[in-house]
Write a protein that binds this ligand. Structure first.
Ligand SMILES: Nc1ncnc2c1ncn2[C@@H]1O[C@H](COP(=O)(O)OP(=O)(O)O)[C@@H](O)[C@H]1O
Ligand SMILES: [Mg+2]
Length: 309
């Protein structure tokens, strides 16, 4: 059966100016291949700044830009202005989900379990027991995340974080099992457990090509009791909804020592490379990469139509 994307002209936006550029180029190429296999005319566009030029007759844009510019509402507002339909969330919810401080506020307001945290201005020191994690609010791929296990590590972590932002956050370190849950529409995909080498899912651990053969191990579906699985799925969906997300996302959590999931963050443009977590979770639910891309486009277009009604 022909896909509804057959013959459609789709611009796959990838690369971009963020620290996740390399990953995004790989996501873009995987998405473009998947769309081509559905008969679409997909072409990759490396979007470096606000001057986005889409060829005449482009039907829609598939956003595979991770991090700043692509995931934070910026490209969404440019596309809205041009009137080009695009995949993923709109400007406002993208911005909210990308900001770890704003997201944590929403989680707390909506009763979504998350690690206790404080926000800090330059010169302030976290009033939290050790260990804790210092984070730059608007970064991705572990680029602005610093573990502080002892006082000796504190000042360097704060200095590095404040070099990137005026307001940062520090949150309690949660010991436990690291899980991630893909959300597609209203559904939680099979849960993945990540076993990062060295106990921290760093940039090197995330991408095999930066650390040949040294990547984190994944297990999908994660080995969880029925009760744990239900709880993790419901917390992941609650996190997704608390940020008013409607299309797709990937929720990062830690199942703590009391077997309670604690949400770390929600990614609205998760990786789509051949080793990425969302395609892996989809595959475990018998959803191929091309079907996953098709679902993302369908949900995005339906959402757009509904908001125009
Ligand atoms: N509170 C925490 N407790 C334990 N580990 C954490 C905590 N926050 C982050 N981490 C580790 O750091 C990684 C990156 O943090 P995350 O908040 O997901 O930011 P991002 O993926 O956007 O860089 C996580 O995947 C996890 O391994
Ligand atoms: Mg993360």
């Amino acid at each position: 059966m022909n896909s509804f994307l057959f013959g459609k002209k789709i611009a796959v936006l990838c690369g971009g100016p963020s620290s996740e550029r390399e990953v995004s180029l790989r996501s873009g190429s995987a998405v473009a291949n998947a769309l081509r296999s559905l008969g679409a005319e997909a072409f990759e566009i490396d979007v470096l700044d606000d001057n986005l030029h889409l060829p005449a007759g482009t039907d829609l844009a598939f956003n595979a830009l991770h991090g700043t510019f692509g995931e934070d509402g910026t490209i969404q507002s440019i596309l809205d202005e041009k009137g080009v339909p695009y995949t993923g969330e709109g400007e406002v919810s993208s911005r909210l989900a990308f900001d770890k401080i704003e997201s944590k506020r929403r989680f707390v307001e909506c009763g979504v379990p998350t690690a206790p945290y404080v926000t800090l201005q330059n010169g302030e020191i976290p009033d939290l027991p050790l260990p804790y994690v210092v984070k730059v609010p608007c970064q991705g791929s572990s680029v602005g995340v610093y573990m502080v296990k002892s006082i000796a590590e504190r000042d360097a972590a704060l200095q590095q974080a404040f070099a990137q932002a005026n307001t940062i956050l520090a949150e309690a370190f949660i010991a436990g099992r690291e899980l991630t849950v893909g959300i597609l529409g209203e559904t939680a995909l099979p849960i993945i457990e990540i076993r990062p080498r060295g106990g921290f899912y760093s940039y090197e651990n995330k991408y095999t090509w930066t650390n040949r053969g040294g990547a984190a191990e994944h297990e999908c579906p994660a080995l969880l009791s029925r009760w744990e699985k239900k709880r993790v799925e419901s917390v992941a969906l609650a996190a997704h909804r608390s940020l008013r997300l409607e299309i797709y996302s990937r929720v990062d959590l830690i199942l703590d020592a009391n077997r309670e999931p604690q949400v770390l963050e929600v990614n609205t443009i998760p990786g789509m490379t051949e080793t990425s977590l969302l395609p892996e979770a989809a595959a475990a639910a018998d959803i191929s990469m091309s079907h996953l891309c098709e679902c993302i486009v369908r949900l995005s277009l339906e959402r757009r139509l509904a908001s125009k009604r």
